[in-house]
Design a protein around this ligand. Structure first.
Ligand code: GDP
Ligand code: MG
Length: 773
């Protein structure tokens, strides 16, 4: 199909969860799609459907059959904007929602809210506004991978849970299961459904399924600022009447309407006001085929749904869709199952659509009806025009990949040379001055020599050497969050998909990898957005090879000491080496333990949005705090332990020669293993062991142990080998813990061993090569 051509979908092929996902994303028979562009490498393709951008692989797109249509005849009829004077300000509560005061919950009960909505609808932004906390906000599908709790500001008896974004109640990836299970099993007192008003059609699809849950609910119509500035309007009162729940227009980013939202949310939860409407099937649509089907099933399974404690309307639509989880819970007997099968077959025959498509179509027809009545969409929003312009360059056929490389290069240059480097120099001077000051103070006070040593050679040397990396780490996170928050990383996933598929992954895996350059822990967690176990495992095993910020101090320390002339070259080389090795490993995986194809790539491309300074600031503050916390806990303790172990011998006697210390003895057992790679010195072994606690402490440990210029005690060859070894060997404890959480203890231990093995082999090669010079 040509770029810019519009067609109407006639049939959606494929099967199973992927097909359901297509349908849930609005790819249903009758919907219109416009081809926007192909990725620079020719695959995947970007489409416009229901007013938002979706990316698909060509292979998956082939399963969708389309009929060309004349785009001129199908233009949406223009409506006059709704008289906005009815809604002068955002957040004015609907007129329709009459607050009742029947059946209040007892005073002491905690009001629990689930914050549910599509990805990128602004859930986390709203959560932060509601609770006043600093969760990470991102403009990439799936930034919230775990649920987070907090109480609403000023209402201590409430608890709001921020859930991962979902498109429907049929879970597709493991994070989506978290959200569905929360709503189904944790039974929140009320749901706050956040709807992206700029993308209202697809967002309401989830709303309709949430209404079926029969839980008190309020719709927060977010991003209203973008609607109003573009001259659009939404008749909130009519929408409330149609949906039967309060609808509050808000702008989470601008903190507008939040107060009203809270008021409505607390009210419906307190008085348990359930949705007034759950029945959206139209009895006149195709002779009511779907309507009759659903209602027949509802009556049939009513008793089972009650005893299984599942809302009956929700159970009925899931049964028709063939959701095995719900079917199992209902425990229907054979006869009932057969009856349902007959009902569904009849429905399919009359509606001329299969079961899943028929249900999806029913929902989208209702949405279409209400949207055409209440939503006045401006032609094209400023934001989407801006996004298109940016995309023409950033995902352009010839510019995308070169620009990606340039952007990465500029970021590393700015981080390591300009901003990070300068600030780091200043900080180092400060720390040195402070150390000297403390040193002379301690001397003049005549402090005991051991204590003096502990403070200056232990704590100051250890913690100080790590602390000076704060600027670099904060700068790197600043750029990463900028990329993510602006929506660029989603584009990277789009144009890198084809390349990543070569190594058996999908474009989505690029996100954990990029986050891995910051820290492996969140990177491993973010793999939950990947819809297949295979992709998830593979990505988790590869992320530790991305050089995390904690490895920076090691690189910088040795490069500065041994190869100052080639600083940029070697640093870049190390980063690239990690990437190259992970590609090689992926290729091996693809042919051995992870045979098969990567998951389909179905993803929404959000509009580019300018990240708010507040959000970025908050994130940086969090990261800095986190780093300082580590420096003063883990690394602080590690430096003290190491100092003690190296100062005392096996009989707790103060040693004069470090060779007799406990540390030397322990590390001595390991040292023979490391001789072939040129790292047989017990002090290096100790440093590497301490690096298992936190990578930064490799440097601090060496600082304590050598206590003198490193170049006089180590050769350049072993420095090179050490650099490679520390790039590749086992991730730190925190990362291993998060791998264990995702994949279990066996995999976690496996990662430790096999990365040490890879690191050893690579270091051996480097050592042998460098011996030649
Ligand atoms: P989540 O994925 O649903 O948690 O969404 P986020 O809270 O991470 O927000 C996604 C993007 O939408 C971010 O770039 C936000 O800055 C932006 N955003 C959130 N709320 C609003 C809003 O009310 N107006 C505008 N213009 N942007 C918003
Ligand atoms: Mg979020």
């Amino acid at each position: 199909m040509k770029i810019g051509s519009t067609c109407s979908i006639t049939k959606v092929g494929g099967e199973g969860a992927l097909r359901q996902h297509f349908l849930d994303m609005g790819v249903i028979p009758g919907a219109q799609v416009t081809i926007i562009k192909y990725a620079p490498l020719g695959d995947p393709v970007e489409l416009m459907i229901h007013g938002y951008q979706l990316t698909l692989r060509l292979a998956d797109a082939e399963k969708i059959e389309v009929d060309p249509i004349d785009s001129s005849s199908e233009t949406e009829h223009k409506k006059a904007p709704v008289n906005t004077s009815i809604h002068p300000g955002l957040g004015e509560g609907g007129k329709f929602h009459q607050k009742g005061h029947a059946n209040p919950l007892p005073e002491c009960e905690i009001l629990t809210f689930a914050l549910v909505g599509n990805q990128n609808s602004g859930k986390t932004t709203l959560f932060n506004q509601l609770t006043g906390s600093n969760q990470h906000v991102g403009n990439f599908p799936g930034v919230t991978v775990d649920r987070k709790d907090g109480s609403i500001k000023g209402y201590p008896d409430t608890r709001v849970t921020d859930l991962p974004g979902i498109y429907s109640m049929s879970p597709y990836s493991s994070e989506e299961i978290v959200s569905r299970n929360f709503v189904m099993n944790d039974k929140p007192k009320a749901i706050i459904n956040i709807v992206d008003a700029t993308n209202i059609q697809r967002n309401l699809y989830l709303t309709m399924q949430l209404l079926e849950m029969n839980v008190p609910m309020v719709v927060a119509l977010n991003m209203m600022d973008e609607i109003t500035t573009n001259g659009g309007s939404i008749d909130v009162n009519k929408m409330e009447a149609a949906l039967g729940v309060p609808v509050v227009p808000i702008s989470a980013a601008k903190n507008q309407g939040i107060h009203e939202l809270i008021e409505h949310a607390i009210h419906i939860a307190k008085y348990q006001e359930k949705p007034l409407r759950q029945d959206f099937c139209d009895e006149n649509d195709h002779n009511g085929a779907v309507h009759r089907g659903i209602h027949a099933v509802i009556h049939l399974i009513e008793d089972h749904a009650k005893s299984a404690d599942i809302p009956v309307r929700f159970a009925a639509s899931k049964v028709i869709e063939g959701d095995s989880l719900v079917l199992d819970k209902l425990a229907l007997d054979e006869n009932e199952k057969e009856t349902i099968e007959h009902i569904v077959l009849q429905m399919e025959k009359e509606r001329k659509l299969d079961r899943s498509a028929a249900i999806a179509d029913m929902r989208y027809s209702f949405i279409k009806k209400i949207c055409s009545a209440f939503v006045h969409k401006p032609g094209k929003s400023k934001e989407s025009i801006r996004s298109e312009k940016i995309d023409r360059i950033l995902t352009g056929k010839w510019t995308a990949i070169p620009l990606f490389i340039v952007i990465m290069f500029v970021i590393s240059f700015l981080t390591f040379n300009v901003i990070g480097g300068t600030l780091q120099g200043l900080l180092e001077k400060g720390i040195d001055a402070l150390t000297a000051l403390t040193d002379s103070a301690l001397t003049s006070l005549g402090v005991n020599e051991v204590l003096h040593g502990l403070i200056i050679d232990g704590i100051f040397a250890g913690v100080g050497s790590v602390l000076s990396f704060l600027p670099i780490i904060v700068t790197l996170f600043f750029f990463l969050s900028l990329l993510e928050d602006s929506g660029y990383i989603a584009r990277v996933a789009f144009f890198m998909d084809k390349l990543l598929r070569r190594i058996g992954l999908s474009g989505r895996s690029i996100v954990p990898m990029l986050i891995g350059f910051g820290c492996t822990v969140p990177a491993v967690m973010s793999t939950r957005t990947l819809p297949s176990e295979r992709d998830r495992k593979m990505t988790i095993l590869l992320t530790p090879f991305m050089s995390c910020t904690a490895k920076m101090p090691i690189y910088a320390f040795f490069v500065d000491a041994f190869f100052p002339k080639y600083k940029a070259l070697i640093l870049t080389g190390l980063y690239l080496l990690g990437i190259v090795i992970s590609i090689l490993i992926a290729l091996v995986f693809k042919r051995t333990i992870f045979k098969g194809e990567a998951v389909p790539f179905v993803m929404e491309l959000p509009n580019y949005r300018l990240p708010s300074a507040k959000n970025v600031g908050q994130l940086l503050w969090e990261k800095a705090k986190d780093f300082l916390h580590r420096a003063f806990t883990v690394i602080f303790i590690a430096t003290i332990i190491i100092w003690l172990l190296q100062s005392f011998g096996p009989h707790f006697n103060l040693v004069t020669n470090q060779h007799d210390s406990i540390l030397a003895i322990i590390a001595g057992w390991l040292a023979p293993l490391m001789i072939p790679v040129g790292l047989g010195d017990w002090r290096i072994c100790t440093a590497l062991i301490s690096g298992f606690m936190a990578k930064e402490s490799v440097v601090s440990t060496l600082d304590i142990l050598y206590g003198q210029d490193i170049t006089s005690v180590m050769t350049a060859a072993s420095a090179a080998s050490l650099l490679v070894f520390s790039l590749l060997y086992t991730p730190c404890v925190a990362a291993i813990a998060s791998i264990r959480r995702e994949l279990g203890i066996k995999w976690a231990l496996g990662v430790v061993l096999w990365q040490c093995f890879i690191a050893w082999t690579a270091a051996l090669i480097v050592h042998l090569i460098s011996m030649l010079f």
